[in-house]
Design a binder for this molecule. Structure first.
Ligand code: THU
Length: 157
């Protein structure tokens, strides 16, 4: 028997420490939360994907009364980006959330497992790491690759 240790390093930035490009992407994600459709959870999530050609695509969570039919903001955004620009890598994805009264949770949002798997697939299809920016009220957690959010992922094909 042996033990394997899986480690993930993330960087935590105050907003004023972000580059202008990263700040614009977090702003776009936060702004997108206003277009979310979340009548059931009242938890509004927005995401903004930066493509290699400079285009920014945004998306939001879309809920459904039959809950599994809804979709998280991250997957809405990545699927849209990949559908509109199938040949253009996604180089960064910012994710933000706000409650019904417009307040951003203090701790940065953490994507669900299904979204992490889709992020990983996006990296895989473009053979490029995608930076992920998780927005909180005061700080932003930045990971350099989706792989850091999903260690030991299913990736056997
Ligand atoms: N949600 C997202 O859109 N992204 C996340 O990273 C976490 C959760 C959505 C799904 C659902 O519409 C609502 O937030 C509450 O779970």
């Amino acid at each position: 028997m042996k033990t394997i240790t899986l480690e993930t390093q993330v960087k935590v930035y105050a907003y004023h420490e972000l580059s202008a490009e990263d700040l614009a992407l977090t702003d776009a994600a936060l702004e997108a939360t206003r277009r979310s459709y979340a009548p059931y959870s009242r938890f509004h999530v927005g995401a903004a994907a930066l493509l290699e050609n400079g285009i920014v695509v945004t998306g939001t969570n879309q809920e459904n009364v039959a809950s599994p039919s809804g979709l998280c903001a991250e997957r809405t955004t990545l699927f849209y980006a990949n559908s509109q620009y199938p040949d253009v890598p996604v180089v960064a994805l910012a994710i933000a959330a706000c409650s019904e009264d417009g307040v951003t949770p203090s701790y940065p949002i953490s994507p669900c497992g299904a979204c992490r798997q889709v992020m990983l697939e996006t990296e895989k299809r473009y053979r490029k790491p995608m930076r992920i920016l998780l927005c909180g009220a005061e700080e932003v957690i930045v990971v350099e690759s989706a792989r850091d959010l999903l260690p030991f992922a299913f990736d056997n094909y």
